[in-house]
Design a protein around this ligand. Structure first.
Ligand SMILES: Nc1ncnc2c1ncn2[C@@H]1O[C@H](COP(=O)(O)OP(=O)(O)OP(=O)(O)O)[C@@H](O)[C@H]1O
Length: 485
C-alpha cells in the first residue's frame, strides 16, 4: 500500500536521529561514531528513507550488518513502513545506493519501494528456503523471507572457555529439538555471539531434520509483527506461524520488558509450543531473573529449561576468532597484528571484527602492507576511547532507565509511583556517588527538584543497600551499565 510521504526535511532528520538513538545501544560508542556518526537523512523516496553516509566503506559495513535492524527501528520510530536506503555522496555529487555485499548474507537488501515492510511472520524457514537465493520463498506470497545469515553456523563459531557451555547446549538442542534443554536460554553481553549461536541452531536443524521448520526473530520483530497483525486483524495468521513452528528462536528477549501485550502473546506462544514439544530458544543480555518488568510467569518459564551464559572471550579465543575471520574474508595479516588487535578489543566480538576490518581498510587506503604501525594508527581512536570517560548524570539516567525498563523522561518527571520513585532515587544516589555534581545541580537535572530531595534519596539508598543485597547488586549492575550507554 502506498503511504503518504510528505514529511518535512527537519522531521526526517529527527526521525533518523531518533532511530540512531535507539540503535546506538547496539554498538559500542567508538564503533557507532565511526560508522554512523556522520549520517544524514536526505529525503524519502517511495517507501525508503534515504540516508547519506560519508563513505562507501561505512555504508557497506552498516548495510551488511544492520540493515534489517535499522529498518525495524525506523518503522517503529516513524510509524511508517519505511526501509532505510543507504547511499554515499559520489564524486560527481550523485548518490550511490548500497549494493548487497557478497558476504553480507540475507540481511542486506534494499527493499523495492513498492514492497511492504518485512514481516517476520514470513521469516519461517523450511530447509529449501534457507539457502541464499534472490527469489523470496513461496511462504506468504509477496513478502520476502529474512533468511538465516549463512555466516552464523556452528562451523564458524570459535569455541573457547567463555562460550563452551553455551555452545554445547546449543548443539544439544539442535540435535534433539524439543527434547534436550527446553527452553534453552542464552545470555551474555553485547556482541558476544548470542545471535550467531541461535542462528547456528537454525541452520543445523534445517540441515539435519528435513521436515522441521524454524523461525528466527528478534523480540522487536515479534512485537512489530504482533502489532501489525492486531491492526490488520490477522492474528489467525500470526498464531498459525508462531504457535506451530518446530523451532522458535527469539533473540534479545529483554526488549519485551514493559511491553504487556507482547508478553501476553509470547506467554501463550510459549505454552503452545512447549506443550507440543517444540524447541524454544531465547537470548537476552542478562539472565531471566535480572530482566526488569518481565512478568513472573514468563520469567519462571524461561528458567524451566537450561540457562547458559556467554562471557567475554579470553585473549586466545579473540585471536582465534580474528584468525578465522581473516581466513574467511581472505585477508592476510601477520600474527603480530592479529595479536595486537586482540589485545586492544577485549569485550565485544563485533567490535573485534570491526577493528580487524578497520585495520585492513586503513592499509588498503594507503596502499601499504598491514603492519603493526598501521594497526596502531587505525585503532588509535579505539585505544584512546578506552580511557575512562568522566561519568555524566545523563549517562546514569540512561543506565537506570534502561535497567528498570523506564525512559529518562519518567525519571525526571513528577510521577511518584513506586516503580518510578525508587529508580529515580537510585539514579540520584549514583549521580552523587559517581560524578562531581553538586546537590542542587543533581536536583536540577532531575526535573528541577530541590536539593533536599536529593539528600533524602541518597540517604535512603545508602541505608537500604546495606540491608538489601538485591539492591546492592542492582546498584553494582547499573554502575557497570553506565559506561556502556
Ligand atoms: N565464538 C565466536 N566465533 C566466531 N565469531 C563470533 C563468535 N562470537 C561472536 N562472533 C561474531 O561476533 C559478531 C557479533 O555476534 P552476535 O551478533 O552473535 O552477538 P550478540 O551476542 O547477538 O550481540 P547483541 O547483544 O548485540 O545481540 C558476529 O559477527 C559473530 O559472528
Amino acid at each position: 500500500m502506498a503511504h503518504p510521504t510528505v514529511v518535512h526535511q527537519d522531521d526526517l532528520q529527527s526521525i533518523w536521529l531518533e532511530t540512531l538513538l535507539v540503535f546506538q545501544r547496539r554498538l559500542a560508542r567508538p564503533s557507532f561514531e565511526t560508522w554512523l556518526g556522520e549520517t544524514k537523512a536526505l529525503g524519502v523516496e517511495a517507501s525508503s528513507l534515504v540516508v547519506r553516509f560519508s563513505n562507501e566503506f561505512a555504508r557497506d559495513w552498516v548495510a551488511a550488518r544492520y540493515q534489517e535492524e535499522l529498518n525495524a527501528i525506523l518503522q517503529s520510530v516513524s510509524g511508517r513502513p519505511w526501509t532505510v536506503r543507504m547511499v554515499v555522496a559520489g564524486s560527481t555529487g550523485q548518490e550511490r545506493p548500497s549494493t548487497p555485499m557478497g558476504t553480507a548474507g540475507p540481511l542486506v537488501a534494499d527493499a523495492p519501494a513498492e514492497r511492504p515492510p518485512r514481516a517476520s511472520v514470513h521469516d519461517r524457514l523450511r530447509p529449501s528456503e534457507h539457502a541464499p537465493s534472490p527469489e523470496p520463498p513461496a511462504t506468504g506470497g509477496a513478502r520476502p523471507s529474512s533468511r538465516l545469515n549463512p555466516k552464523y553456523r556452528f562451523e564458524t563459531f570459535v569455541v573457547g572457555p567463555s562460550n563452551e557451555f553455551a555452545h554445547a547446549a546449543a548443539l544439544a538442542a539442535s540435535e534433539a529439538p524439543g527434547e534436550a534443554y527446553n527452553p534453552l536460554f542464552l545470555y551474555g553481553g553485547v556482541g558476544l555471539g548470542k545471535t550467531h549461536l541461535m542462528q547456528a541452531i537454525g541452520h543445523y536443524v534445517l540441515r539435519q531434520h528435513h521436515d522441521l521448520s524454524v523461525v528466527y526473530v528478534s523480540s522487536e520483530t515479534f512485537t512489530n509483527d504482533l502489532i501489525r497483525s492486531l491492526g490488520r486483524k490477522a492474528m489467525v495468521d500470526f498464531r498459525a506461524v508462531y504457535r506451530t513452528v518446530d523451532v522458535l528462536l527469539v533473540d534479545d528477549i529483554q526488549f519485551v520488558a514493559g511491553k504487556e501485550s507482547t508478553q501476553e502473546e509470547f506467554f501463550h506462544t510459549f505454552n503452545a509450543l512447549y506443550e507440543a514439544g517444540r524447541q524454544i530458544v531465547i537470548s537476552s543480555d542478562r539472565p531471566p531473573k535480572e530482566i526488569p518488568t518481565l512478568e513472573e510467569r514468563l520469567r519462571s518459564r524461561f528458567e524451566w529449561g537450561l540457562t547458559a551464559d556467554i562471557q567475554p572471550p579470553d585473549f586466545e579465543t579473540r585471536t582465534a576468532i580474528l584468525r578465522r575471520k581473516a581466513l574467511a574474508e581472505n585477508l592476510h595479516l601477520p600474527d603480530e597484528v592479529l595479536n595486537y588487535i586482540a589485545s586492544q578489543v577485549d569485550s565485544n566480538i563485533r567490535e573485534l571484527e570491526g577493528a580487524l576490518i578497520k585495520v585492513v581498510a586503513t592499509a588498503s587506503l594507503r596502499s601499504c602492507p598491514v603492519t603493526l604501525e598501521v594497526a596502531a594508527e587505525a585503532l588509535k581512536d579505539l585505544v584512546r576511547s578506552a580511557q575512562p570517560r568522566p561519568t555524566t548524570i545523563a549517562a546514569i539516567q540512561r543506565a537506570v532507565a534502561d535497567y528498570f525498563g523506564l525512559t529518562v523522561d519518567d525519571l525526571v518527571s513528577k510521577r511518584r509511583t513506586r516503580n518510578v520513585t525508587m529508580p529515580r532515587q537510585i539514579a540520584m544516589f549514583l549521580a552523587r556517588e559517581l560524578t562531581d555534581a553538586s546537590l542542587p545541580r543533581i536536583g536540577e537535572e532531575f526535573g528541577g527538584r530541590d536539593h533536599t530531595t536529593v539528600i533524602h534519596a541518597c540517604e535512603k539508598i545508602r541505608a537500604e543497600q546495606g540491608m538489601d543485597p538485591s539492591l546492592a547488586r542492582a546498584l553494582q549492575e547499573i554502575h557497570g551499565l553506565v559506561d556502556k550507554v
